[in-house]
Design a protein around this ligand. Structure first.
Ligand code: ZN
Length: 641
């Protein structure tokens, strides 16, 4: 018998000692990080609300109770009872019974009403029918991504269960080594922005944190081939942790499955969905540009199938000697700081991912309180000595001023924006300004992936800023449902209509004008001197956006968007730049994050910034806060214990 089997037998004995004698336990098994208890008496478990909590603290494990399939009532009968227990106002849109696991997945417009106070309604459901309820939100705006991911996981449920059981056994295997050390190896994004990837290793375990591409340099990928990473085989990795869905952190995660990786990806639920959306688009763009994509869409599905979503603040066993906790990073939807607790109090490392320290309209600011942290791996995008950004309030005032000027002369405003994050932030600014009468009420057209990304945001209000979350919970105040927002979904014909119509605002991808429908908009509006092109996001060196900012006015048009193939267009529209809408902390924000961090780390590795930014930030933190700081290069290894 393997040691995991012995372990589970011991646990089963212990559970049987703890629970009242009229409860029969039929099986105990690991599924991913969770311990799942199968019982013939799920109703009895549900009646004693404290029982599971007591078991969890006694066994120091996350516990799920499921009915033994033999004890289940028939789905047709259970359906009616479940619907009777749940209040009508919850707006149930789907019930899905899984006979193999005894779970009933309930999709509802108001999940809170299905859960009830401290889970009382959930317990009532189990008490009545024996099935274990699992609740998901019906997206207030229909999202094809969310729908596809949920349908795919439903379809793959059996295989996923096997994957989870295998991962569960890996996590709870017996520790083999008596040695003690903790190391980090940098595989990318050091003294550069892009291709984020790190290895955290102990004698027992090897974890990959992020695996991104480098925008504008497709041949520069993380150093995955070194022995520390995949050099000794993809199966030598225990787990992958993804901080957020931006492609410079996520693009090459599906590639790992092509290399034979078969383990878990830990991230938040919205990051899983956004990763699906963005990596599939990444393959699309590569195909359109005639580049060979590094992997097929099948690998994206593998990545989604292997994702174990975890919520902010939940401490999760991911290896025999490592616990992972994700915390809000304030950067984009679902973005996290990944905190690792190694050994039994041996060492603690936090990887910041990308952070925004102050609150924005969309998100609460990044969390910087941890039980313990000895080393912080910190992004430095705006770590340079002069990287101070305009206050968001000033930026908003400037944006509204520009909008008013253009709309007053019957012009149109064209804003290139990234689908995820900046677009939704600007939508919130526009919605409020129109509600308050600060700008005229004109249609706001959303083109490219912006609508889809917005729909994903409204599916996960728990991840948004407190007051925004409350507004989304009540449909009539959901700012993203405001009637001025229009989804451009009929392509070129609709664009032509908008271009021929009255004053309006258009938000369109891509954010740096490298492809996407924004190029078509430029063809429609570029020669109109009454209209204005407004940049609200960073324009990287070498992009069309940057060239226009620098005064270029001969724009190549017709690159795959229909009209005027191979021509140039003389840009006559106004060009404005409004900064301050960044998803990143600026130099002040980064310093504030470290200064108020509790506890203060002993060491800081400044990464994810160009050479001068990382070195500036590293030297400032050393001088001001007297900590050991580094601006590592790629392929350096640090030993901490
Ligand atoms: Zn990012």
């Amino acid at each position: 018998m393997s040691t995991v089997e012995n372990q589970l037998a011991d646990i089963e004995e212990e559970i049987e000692r703890e629970v009242p004698s009229d409860i029969t336990i039929t099986e105990v098994r690991y599924e991913g990080p969770e311990l799942v208890i199968y019982t013939r008496d799920p109703k009895r478990f549900a009646r004693d609300g404290d029982l599971v909590r007591k078991l969890a603290s006694k066994l120091r494990k996350r516990i799920t109770v499921r009915p033994d399939p033999a004890s289940l009532s028939r789905p047709e009968e259970a359906r009616e009872t479940v619907l009777n227990v749940i209040p009508d106002e919850a707006g149930v849109t789907d019930l899905d019974f899984h006979t193999d696991t005894g779970e009933v997945v309930i999709e509802a417009e108001k999940p809170g009403m299905v859960i009830g106070r401290h889970g009382s309604t959930l317990r009532e459901i189990t008490q009545e029918v024996g099935w274990t309820p699992e609740v998901v939100r019906t997206p207030p705006i229909e999202s094809s991504t969310v729908k596809n991911v949920r349908n795919f996981l439903k379809q793959e449920r059996n295989e996923r269960r096997d994957i989870l059981e295998r991962i569960g056994r890996q996590i709870h295997r017996e520790e083999m080594s008596d040695d003690q050390w903790v190391r980090i190896t940098t595989l990318g994004c050091c003294r550069e922005v892009g291709r984020a990837a790190f290895i955290l290793s102990t004698p027992e375990t090897r974890i990959l944190i992020d695996c991104g591409d480098k925008p504008g340099a497709d041949d520069e990928v993380p150093y995955l081939q070194v022995p520390e990473a995949l050099g000794s085989g993809a199966s030598s990795l225990d787990a992958v942790v993804l901080t957020h869905a931006h492609l410079d952190h996520s693009a090459l995660i599906p590639l790992l499955f092509k290399y034979g990786y078969d383990g878990p990806i830990y991230t938040t639920e919205p990051t899983r969905d956004l990763m699906g959306l963005l990596t599939l688009d990444y393959l699309d763009v590569a195909a359109k540009e005639g580049r060979a994509p590094p992997y097929e869409s099948e690998m994206v599905r593998e990545a989604i199938k292997h994702t174990i979503p975890i919520e902010y603040g939940n401490v999760t066993d991911i290896a025999p000697d490592i616990k992972l906790t994700l915390h809000n990073a304030g950067h984009i939807l679902g973005s996290s700081i990944a905190h690792f607790h190694v050994g039994d109090g041996l060492y603690n490392v936090a990887f910041s991912g990308d952070i925004h320290y102050d609150d924005t309209r969309l998100f609460n600011g990044a969390v910087n309180e941890f039980p313990r942290v000895e080393t912080l791996v910190l992004e430095s995008t705006y770590g340079g000595r002069n990287d101070y950004q305009t206050d968001q309030e000033d930026s908003e005032r400037k944006l509204l001023h520009t909008l008013n000027n253009t709309l007053e002369r019957d012009g149109k405003v064209l804003i290139p924006a990234f689908a995820v994050g900046r677009s939704q932030e600007i939508m919130l600014v526009l919605e409020e300004a129109m509600r308050n009468g600060d700008i005229p009420e004109v249609p706001v057209h959303l083109d490219g992936m912006i609508w889809e990304a917005t729909a994903i945001h409204t599916t996960y209000p728990e991840y948004l800023r407190d007051d925004l979350r409350e507004r989304i919970f009540h449909d009539d105040s959901n700012p993203f449902l405001a009637e001025q927002f229009n989804h451009i979904d009929a392509g070129e014909e609709e664009r032509q209509e908008v271009a021929d119509g009255g004053p309006c605002i258009i938000l369109s991808t891509s954010g740096m004008m490298e492809g996407g429908p924004i190029l078509s908009w430029i063809e429609h509006l570029g020669t109109d001197p009454d209209s204005t092109l407004v940049f609200v996001g960073y324009q990287a060196q070498g992009t069309l956006g940057r060239r226009i900012q620098n005064g270029w006015d001969e724009i190549p048009v017709g690159n795959g968007n229909g009209r005027g193939r191979g021509n140039t267009l003389t840009l006559k529209m106004d060009v404005e730049t409004v900064d301050g809408f960044s998803g990143h902390a600026d130099r002040q924000g980064l310093e504030n994050f470290v200064r108020t961090m509790n506890p203060r780390p002993e060491k800081v590795l400044c990464v994810h910034g160009d050479e001068s930014s990382t070195q500036d930030l590293s030297s400032a933190l050393y001088h001001e806060y007297n900590m050991r700081t580094f601006a590592p290069k790629n392929l350096e290894t640090f030993r901490f214990i």
